[in-house]
Structures are given as structure tokens and as C-alpha cells.
Design a protein around this ligand. Structure first.
Ligand SMILES: Cc1ncc(COP(=O)(O)O)c(C=O)c1O
Length: 355
């Protein structure tokens, strides 16, 4: 029997935002915001640090505060790095199967993209994209880019690079500034033990993270990064003498302290990824890809895309039907709540006439 339309509002499962929201303690804090937090600049710069948040991150990772950069989301940091380091006609090496936005930024400063491909393989019985480090090194040696970008986990493929592969690649491209975009850190693994050794060993490395995804604070626009010792100019360039958004800094701190909440949400999402793998594998022509993020890439028959999109939209379900050079038949589905995820699967099955 056809299901009733379940939601009266659009369910945005197309933007990699959290459907669970941040820690409830963030909402509690906002009820009691003080005059100085709203009306005054922070006094942190005068204390010799950027922010209470960079101080906290510095302590947590045992990396000098000076080498912790704060930004208005990791988008801001990506732009700062490219604008500061990429001169006209210089090259940035980026993944071919990647966030469309990477492909755009170099051109804004007259630079060029060079792309390296990923390949497809299997991990634990699930299809996955994978970094091909030999190929990346070969392209790096040939092109000698000024900046190299790796995303782990990568958007929209959802795969990550292993620590060993990463180290091998970093060793090979010591001559470039290397940016690792870890915007989706936390969902598939909360591993952090490589951060300090890599930042100490590779002076041209920047590891970028954000509070937008795992901590579900995208609206607050807080990103941060660890910068290697040679990147003094980037560190100076990114400093804001009048401080950062004081509410966001505080919300970031509160989120970092509520490990229990985020672990619980991540566990639910992990269970739902298993549910997605199992359900999509049952459908003819559908291939789910292994995800270490809060979304999943799913390949599906090209001929149903248009009608399925329309069918889901009529039910107020939005998922992202990718249409770019590297992805013509794939969709990227942001993990929702359990209820949203089940409704999505039921709706797709209903569309396919499987119910
Ligand atoms: C791979 C990747 N990096 C960075 C970002 C930017 O996130 P933010 O600017 O919210 O930190 C996004 C946003 O979707 C993303 O997908």
C-alpha cells in the first residue's frame, strides 16, 4: 500500500548537515548568553592567544597554540590557503572524485587544477573508492604543484586514506604545501594519534577540521587547522586581532566536552549505514559505497534518476543526484535520523515497485 507523505517540510538529506543537531548543552548555553559575549570583543589576543577555543584545541592535541589556526568554517581556510600561496598560473593537485568546490577555488586567483584519480575496490564486502598513492606520487613528480589537497574522509565518495599511505605521500611531496581536509573527521573513526607526529614531521602540512559536521554546528561557521612549522606566514595571515565569534567559540568548547552525546549519535548513524549497505545491495543496479562520513554515495541506474528525484521530492525528501564529470549516475545521501533513513529506503522501494 502506498505510504502517506510523512513530512510536511523538506527533509534536507542533500547537504551533509546533521539531522540530529548539536549537543543539547549548546542550546542551554544560548539561553544564558551574557552581555560581554554578545557586545564585546574577546580579550584573548591581549592574553597572547587567539581564542579560548584555539587554547583548548592546543591542549587537547598537545600542539602549540600558535600552530592552531581558527577560521570561519573550513571553507574559509581553504580559500585563505589558496589565496595566500597559489600564484597566477601555479597548480594545485586535487582529487578528481571530490567536492566540486575544490575545482573552483584555484581559478579565482588565476591558478590551475591538476587532478589525480581514485580507483574503485572493495572493503569488507562493500564497494569503496580508494586513494592510489603510487599514481598520486607519479602525478606530483610530473606536475610539481604548489599546493596538494587530500580529503579524508572524502566528499562525496566517503572513503579515507590510511595513516601509512598518507605518510608515504607526505614524504614524497615535501616540496609543496599539503592540505588535508578532514571536514568529516569523527564519523568513521575518531583517530587523532597521527596529528601531532605529522605536524611535527612535515613543516608544510596543514590539517583542516571543522565544527560543522561531526559537532553539527555548521551554522556557527567554525573551522580550525593545525599548521606545520614552516607556515608562519599563513598563521600570521589568518590571525584576527579583534578575535573570533565569541558565541561560536563557546559552542565549540561545549561540543568538544560532550563526547557522550556525539558518540551516541555516531553509533546510531553507524547502524544506519549498515542498514543502507544491506538495503541498497538488495536493489537491482544499486551500489552503496563504504562511508566514513555522515553521507553515503550510492550508484543507481541512470534511467530512473529523473523520476526517482521527482517521486522523492513529492515526499519532501531531498537527496543529491550528482551531475558532474566524475559522477553521472551516483547520488549522495546525507544520513538522516533513523526515521528519515527508513522512510527514504521505503520510498525508494515503493518507487521501484518492490512493496
Ligand atoms: C569536503 C568538505 N570540506 C570542507 C567543507 C566546508 O565546511 P565548513 O566550511 O562548514 O567547515 C565541506 C562542506 O560541505 C566539505 O564537504
Amino acid at each position: 500500500m502506498a505510504q502517506e507523505k510523512k513530512y510536511n517540510n523538506i527533509q534536507w538529506l542533500d547537504r551533509n548537515e546533521s539531522q540530529y543537531g548539536p549537543s543539547p548543552k549548546c542550546f542551554e548555553f544560548l539561553k544564558n548568553v551574557t552581555l560581554d559575549e554578545l557586545g564585546w570583543y574577546s580579550r584573548d589576543f591581549a592574553r597572547g592567544v587567539k581564542s579560548i577555543l584555539s587554547e583548548k584545541i592546543s591542549k587537547e592535541f598537545n600542539i602549540p597554540e600558535r600552530q592552531v589556526i581558527l577560521s570561519y568554517g573550513s571553507e574559509d581556510l581553504l580559500k585563505q590557503i589558496i589565496q595566500y600561496y597559489l600564484d597566477r598560473k601555479e597548480r594545485i593537485l586535487i582529487p578528481r572524485e571530490a567536492w566540486w568546490y575544490y575545482k573552483k577555488v584555484a581559478y579565482e586567483v588565476g591558478g590551475f587544477n591538476v587532478e589525480y584519480p581514485m580507483h574503485k575496490t572493495k572493503e569488507g564486502g562493500v564497494a569503496t573508492y580508494a586513494y592510489n598513492v603510487d599514481k598520486m606520487i607519479e602525478i606530483y613528480d610530473r606536475e610539481r604543484p604548489r599546493i596538494v589537497l587530500i580529503a579524508s574522509p572524502n566528499n562525496p565518495t566517503g572513503n579515507r586514506i590510511s595513516k601509512d599511505d598518507l605518510k608515504r605521500f607526505l614524504d614524497a611531496c615535501r616540496g609543496a604545501l599539503v592540505m588535508i581536509d578532514e571536514a568529516y573527521w569523527g564519523f568513521g573513526s575518531k583517530e587523532n594519534d597521527y596529528v601531532k607526529p605529522f605536524i611535527d614531521e612535515f613543516p608544510n602540512l596543514v590539517i583542516c577540521r571543522t565544527f560543522s559536521k561531526y559537532f553539527a554546528l555548521a551554522g556557527c561557521r567554525i573551522g580550525y587547522a593545525f599548521a606545520g612549522k614552516n607556515l608562519e606566514e599563513l598563521i600570521n595571515y589568518s590571525v584576527r586581532y579583534l578575535g573570533f565569534n565569541r558565541l561560536s567559540e563557546k559552542l565549540g568548547e561545549i561540543a568538544m566536552d560532550d563526547d557522550e552525546y556525539y558518540t551516541r549519535v555516531t553509533k546510531l548513524m553507524q547502524e544506519d549505514k549498515e542498514y543502507f549497505y544491506a538495503e541498497f545491495k538488495k536493489l537491482d543496479g544499486f551500489t552503496p559505497y563504504k562511508s566514513y562520513a555522515n553521507f553515503m554515495l550510492v550508484d543507481m541506474p541512470k534511467e530512473i534518476r529523473k523520476d526517482l528525484n521527482k517521486f522523492l521530492k513529492e515526499r519532501n525528501l531531498l537527496i543529491k543526484f550528482l551531475d558532474e564529470e566524475a559522477f553521472k549516475t551516483e547520488t549522495r545521501i546525507t544520513l538522516g535520523t533513523r526515521e528519515q533513513n527508513m522512510y527514504l529506503i521505503e520510498s525508494i522501494k515503493e518507487f521501484l515497485g518492490k512493496k
